[in-house]
Design a protein around this ligand. Structure first.
Ligand code: PRP
Length: 208
């Protein structure tokens, strides 16, 4: 049995269309069903539905053999125990630093000010600012980061930007790009060795 960890939405839909090339169809739609383990038309392949940020954890511990995870999550959590063979090129966006319109970010950096940075990507933010020699205090949030600079919780945020609409709607501006992000196929290294014969044909579906 092979277990594939996916998050709902775009990643599930794109993955389902790739699996369809091998005639593998999910027997339920996670948007309709509350089930977290979804069987497929291939009795040897099942899907588990988890939060996007939890996909690497399931794969790292071997509870799933492989999965699809955003590079943002992999950068934040590390990819120990994972084999990351493919950039799937989907769910593209970038991780960026943004501040309130009118906040002079460059001057703050030049003056060596200590910045308060709100983010769910605490490790990425620490590394980014350490590389620039900027001292920061991080404030760990779980969503709606754009609010933090507006109500005085933070000077800056580190968040994902896709269309830029959320920043614009909240009068924030992007001041630095940290990384280009897209979804990656991730495989448990031990499972890849042990179950290579059954995993490999599935991985090949993404390259064809
Ligand atoms: C993401 C991200 C931004 C927004 C950016 O949030 O955290 O808030 O999308 O997209 P845009 O540039 O196209 O406006 P999402 O809606 O995925 O929710 P989240 O806060 O739970 O991550």
């Amino acid at each position: 049995m092979l277990t594939l960890a996916l998050s709902k939405g775009r990643i599930f839909e794109e993955t389902a269309s790739v699996l369809a090339k091998a005639g593998i169809k999910p027997l339920e739609d996670p948007e309709q069903s509350r089930k977290l383990i979804i069987a497929t038309s291939n009795p040897e392949v099942r899907l588990i539905i988890v939060r996007a940020s939890d996909v690497p954890t399931y794969v790292q511990f071997g509870a799933a053999d492989f999965g699809v995870a955003g590079l943002d999550i992999l950068l934040e959590k590390g990819s120990e125990g994972l084999y990351v063979p493919l950039d799937l090129g989907i769910a593209r966006c970038r991780m960026a630093v943004a501040v309130r319109e009118g906040f002079d970010y460059l001057a703050a950096v030049r003056q060596g000010s200590r910045l308060r940075v709100a983010t769910k990507y605490v490790n990425c933010a620490r590394e980014h600012f350490a590389n620039k020699g900027v001292h920061i205090d991080t404030i760990h949030l779980y969503g709606s980061m754009e609010l933090a600079p507006l109500v005085g919780l933070a000077d800056a945020i580190v968040d994902l930007v896709s269309t830029g609409n959320t920043l614009r709607a909240n009068h924030l501006v992007e001041v630095e790009s940290i990384a280009e992000i897209s979804a990656r196929l991730i495989v448990n290294q031990a499972a890849f060795k042990r179950k290579r014969e059954s995993i490999k044909p599935l991985l090949d579906l993404w390259s064809t």
